[in-house]
Structures are given as structure tokens and as C-alpha cells.
Design a protein around this ligand. Structure first.
Ligand SMILES: [Mg+2]
Length: 132
């Protein structure tokens, strides 16, 4: 599968990539704008279609919440139905709980992980989302 990791802290980016690389091809970006841009490009080419996006909330340029809204908007524009939309795991710090609740309540993301993220947390989410 193809995975987009959007995380601004290099250490966390590497950590996530290390946890996820055995499950698929990881593409790394470090801000929300780049995440939206990568996603937009992936919609134009089915071979590049992402199966999963890990989206940090606190990022420069555009935060994860805004990026997620934009990603869902792009899918709607393309006529992608909710059952075939990309699965999104929000990566959050404890004090982002308000943000996460908003995304979950509004049904924009499938899951969230709270930092510090561990390999077993990632693996469990992949099982719950039906990837493994
Ligand atoms: Mg961050």
C-alpha cells in the first residue's frame, strides 16, 4: 500500500516511517500544504493513489486539521464516495484533544494516535483499519 506521512518534526517523521515501511511505500512531507499538494497529485494518477495518510495536527504552513478538510474537499470534488476515501490517522499531542474530537465528530478522520507513538500502537491501528 501507499502511505503519506505528514509530520514536521524530523525525528517523529523517521519514527513513523520506520514503523510503517514494512507495510507499504512511505512518502514523507513536513507541512500541511505539501500534504494536500501530494494528495491532490495522487488523485490524478491511480498508480499513486494513497491508501493511508498519517497526519500530524501541529504543522507549519497549514495544520493537520485544515489539511484534512482540504483533502476531504478534494475527494468530494472528484466524486469519491466516503466508503472509498483515503483512510486518515491523525497524530496528536495530548493538548490537541479538542482538534481530534472535532475531526472525529465531524467524521473526517478514521482514527488518531497520541504521541509518543509506538510501533505496537501503529500496528494495532492498521489491524483496526483492516490493512493487516
Ligand atoms: Mg508537529
Amino acid at each position: 500500500m501507499k502511505i503519506l506521512i505528514a509530520e514536521d518534526a524530523p525525528v517523529n517523521q523517521l519514527l513513523l516511517a520506520n514503523f510503517l515501511k514494512s507495510y507499504g511505500e512511505c512518502h514523507l512531507v513536513s507541512d500541511g500544504k505539501s500534504a494536500v499538494e501530494s494528495f491532490r497529485k495522487s488523485l490524478e494518477d491511480t498508480a499513486r493513489k494513497y491508501d493511508l495518510i498519517c497526519l500530524d495536527i501541529m504543522m507549519p504552513e497549514m495544520d493537520g486539521q485544515a489539511a484534512l478538510k482540504e483533502i476531504r474537499h478534494l475527494e468530494k470534488e472528484k466524486g469519491i464516495h466516503d466508503d472509498s476515501r483515503v483512510k486518515v490517522i491523525m497524530i496528536t499531542a495530548l493538548d490537541d484533544s479538542g482538534n481530534i474530537m472535532e475531526a472525529l465528530v465531524k467524521g473526517r478522520c478514521e482514527a488518531y494516535l497520541t504521541k509518543p507513538v509506538s510501533a505496537s500502537m501503529v500496528q494495532q491501528q492498521l489491524v483496526e483499519l483492516g490493512f493487516i
